[in-house]
Design a protein around this ligand. Structure first.
Ligand code: GLY
Ligand code: MN
Ligand code: MN
Length: 366
């Protein structure tokens, strides 16, 4: 990735500023700051002016790093711990009036401090969202390659978990096996803390691994993701320890079918909520839709959850270039749950599966 990439991305934000009649835009989301400038520090605020200016405010810890990472992008660096003062002074100096800011990522404290500092000036702060996120949703090929790499490591980590799984091991021990494997096989970080939930705990869609030992007959759900060069992956599989019951098999098959329906529906131009509807209807055919308690999927990139959202309330439309998950689940309280999640790249030609962990139509027995 070069400074040229970042300059182009900043330019695309500026085009939107012109359309929205904004003089400048303030970015708080760390992943978006990285996307636009290359800066990977944990603290910073980015102000993008509509002409050629951009200012990244960060603190002393990142003085050298920020300079180095943003070289050639045209972004100026200000080093201070008083972020709002620096941003407010710059806005005033540039004589900007209409200034958009990411209200979804700005703290109330920051906004209050800014309003105080800008009192009596012509600067007006306007909450604006979905400026950078829609750009991030459409991946360049080199971004997809990083996600593909992250997906590959997750696939292998899942297979490793199946190899080491023994009755009597706890969920936490298995989660650690996954984490250690990911880190020693190319992941720079976890996309999120791995989820391992077994038996009745598999009915918790995002349960935290506990000290519960794995038992014979348990459904075990694994949800894991790696980060490679900043980009995430996200993979879920449910397996059974020993022989499955007819009920376990039935639920699994319904979720598997629902995921199929979802993946078959994927194409550029389809409304995300329509994909969700198709997946839900597939579960409805088995009388299980009320146990499907979350959305069907989401975009994956610099963040493990990003645009588009694939759910009931989404207004997003799927487009070529997006990388998304399809992850139906059924969760029966006190009994257990099943979720199957894969990662897809939508292209002009069709859909490419990026995750390749085994996904058989019958429960995998370990
Ligand atoms: N691991 C979080 C998710 O599947 O959305
Ligand atoms: Mn997911
Ligand atoms: Mn997941």
């Amino acid at each position: 990735m070069t400074a040229e990439t970042h300059r182009q991305r900043l330019q695309r934000v500026r085009e939107q500023l012109a359309e929205k009649r904004l003089h400048a835009f303030i970015v708080f989301n760390r992943a978006s700051i990285r996307y636009l400038t290359g800066f990977t520090g944990s603290a910073g605020v980015l102000v993008i002016g509509r002409d050629d200016e951009a200012l990244l405010v960060t603190d002393g810890r990142y003085q050298l790093q920020a300079k180095e990472q943003t070289k050639g992008t045209g972004v100026k660096i200000a080093v201070t711990r008083r972020y709002h003062r620096s941003v407010a002074e710059w806005l005033k100096r540039q004589r900007w009036r209409q200034v958009g800011f990411e209200s979804r990522h700005c703290t109330v404290a920051f906004l209050e401090a800014m309003r105080e500092r800008l009192k009596g000036t012509a600067v007006r702060l306007v909450g604006v969202n979905e400026v950078v996120e829609p750009l991030r949703a459409i991946k360049e090929v080199w971004e997809v390659e990083r996600i593909r790499e992250a997906a590959k490591i997750a696939d292998v980590a899942f297979e490793h978990a199946l190899k080491v799984l023994r009755v009597g091991m706890t969920e936490k021990e298995l989660a650690w096996e996954i984490e250690a494997f990911l880190r020693t096989h190319g992941a720079e970080a976890m996309a999120f803390p791995p989820i391992v939930v077994a038996g009745e705990r598999s009915a918790l869609p995002h349960g935290q691994p506990s000290d519960r030992p794995i038992q014979k007959g348990d459904l075990v759900t694994f949800d894991l993701g790696a980060v490679v060069n900043g980009y995430c992956s996200d993979l879920t599989r449910t397996v059974v320890v020993g022989r499955p019951t007819a009920e376990q098999q039935r639920i699994y098959r319904a979720v598997w079918e629902a995921q199929r329906r979802g993946m078959e529906a994927l194409r550029s131009g389809i409304k995300a909520r329509q994909v969700h509807r198709i997946v839900r209807d597939a579960l409805k055919a088995h009388g299980l839709e009320r146990f499907f308690t979350h959305g069907t999927g989401h975009g994956v990139g610099l963040e493990v959850h990003e645009m588009p959202a694939i759910g009931q309330h989404s207004r997003d439309v799927l487009q070529a270039g997006m990388v998304i998950t399809i992850e139906p689940g059924v969760y029966l309280p006190k009994v257990g749950g099943v979720r199957i999640e894969d990662l897809f790249w939508l292209t002009e030609k069709g859909t490419e599966l990026l995750s390749h962990a085994p996904n058989p139509p019958k429960l995998l027995s370990v």
